[in-house]
Design a protein around this ligand. Structure first.
Ligand code: NDP
Ligand code: KPL
Length: 344
């Protein structure tokens, strides 16, 4: 990696996948993760990637956040923040002392984390990133890289910077189709609209494809995506498409055939991935822990209310996810509740 080390902060599905590819390419990558078992496994056995794309292992060095100070006396130019959005604030407070004055934090996350990161480390030290590849931690030290997806970098102010171009070259070691954009928030908001659909699929134990494909759920999914797109429009953010998501399909006046075609394209995209369920579903069904719902959909609802836009389905979806976080089972009736609200 040119002239410097980089740090992956949060070495899970996203961070661990990037790290493994970069270590294999000869980069000097330092992993930081708060999960002791994962850190121990990486240090003793290395990092393993498996799945339909490739299977390989690399030696790697990982640290808990609190171990960094005793092992490194210098700060870092590039820190890739790859935690879930609900950990962004804490992770930024932890990483701030290790970020060089000229360094940059790159958000490899879903949501609008760039604003939180910029508040803590400054916008000049924040770089946006949108990712839609699929991966899961299978067990400590072992990540399932399930499917390729869009990777887009962009400065918050829309400028095309040298640092974004440099990091693009690194990203291309992992995903050759990665790009730099002057409209990173157009991608991030697009992912929020698609993300709303993923949250809806996570109300049940059915796969992403099963829910997106089922005719019974189409109207409510289209209405959900339209709520997010209406809030983006009120913010004057033109959305970008990716991996089957077509923003023109979810405007208020979009022809219904266009909406169906986009969801069909998302089904086709997801069929190519070995990741059957979203990260949200894994948080709820497997880890039985809180999701990023407040940091993703909650943020949209707040902005909507500031703009005077009603988002009844998003609110009901957030409530449904909260109920599951509190112990309610995942099942089809959770999604049917949204259908009822959509029919009112
Ligand atoms: N997985 C996927 O396919 C996709 C994920 N995304 C997004 O990417 C982001 C990362 O998700 P993903 O990689 O799946 O998440 P993971 O949970 O797999 O990885 C995050 C890792 O960060 C650790 N962590 C939590 N807090 C801290 C902290 N303060 N400092 C250091 N490490 C910490 C977690 O430990 P612990 O588990 O113990 O909390 C975990 O090991 C999310 O915003 C997600 O929505 C986007 C596209 C696809
Ligand atoms: C399913 C996926 C990979 C999007 O395709 C995702 O973003 C998630 O798991 O949260």
């Amino acid at each position: 990696m040119n002239n410097s080390q980089c740090v992956i902060w949060g070495a899970g599905a996203m961070g661990g996948t990037l790290a493994a590819y970069w270590i294999r390419a000869g980069f000097d990558v330092i992993l930081v993760d708060s999960n002791q078992e994962h850190v121990n496994a990486i240090n003793s056995k290395g990092l393993t990637i498996s799945g339909p794309i490739e299977t390989f292992s690399v030696p790697a060095k990982a640290y808990l956040p609190e171990q960094l100070a005793q092992n490194f006396s210098h700060s870092f130019e590039h820190i890739f923040l790859c935690t879930k959005a609900l950990h962004t604030e804490k992770a930024c407070e932890q990483l701030r002392p290790f970020l060089s004055p000229t360094g940059v934090v790159i958000s490899v996350q879903n949501g609008l984390n760039e604003h939180t990161i910029a508040r803590i480390v400054g916008q000049q030290r924040t770089l946006g990133c949108f990712i839609n590849f699929g991966a899961d931690i299978l067990e400590p030290g072992h990540i399932h890289y399930a499917g390729r997806g869009a990777v887009v970098l962009g400065e918050m102010d829309g400028s095309i910077s040298d640092r974004a171009q440099t990091i693009l070259e690194w990203m291309k070691q992992f995903e050759p189709n990665a790009i730099v954009t002057d409209r990173i928030f157009s991608f991030l908001w697009g992912k929020l609209a698609y993300g709303a659909l993923l949250f809806a699929t996570a109300l049940t134990n059915d796969s992403i494809v099963d829910i997106l494909h089922h005719p019974k759920y189409r109207s409510v999914l289209i209405a959900l995506a339209k709520e997010v797109c209406a809030v983006a429009k009120a913010q004057d953010i033109p959305l970008e498409g990716f991996n089957g998501f077509n923003p023109d399909a979810f405007t208020a006046q979009a022809p219904i055939e266009l909406s169906h075609a986009s969801i069909d394209d998302m089904v086709a995209f997801n069929r190519k991935s070995a990741k059957t369920h979203s990260g949200i579903w894994r948080d709820l069904a497997i880890h039985k822990r809180k999701t990023e719902v407040n940091e993703q959909l909650g943020v949209i609802i707040k902005i909507a209310s500031e703009c005077g836009i009603n988002t009844p389905l998003l609110s009901a979806l957030v409530d449904g996810i909260h109920l599951i976080e509190d112990g309610q089972p995942l099942c089809a009736s959770n999604l049917e509740n949204l259908i009822r609200i959509n029919q009112i």
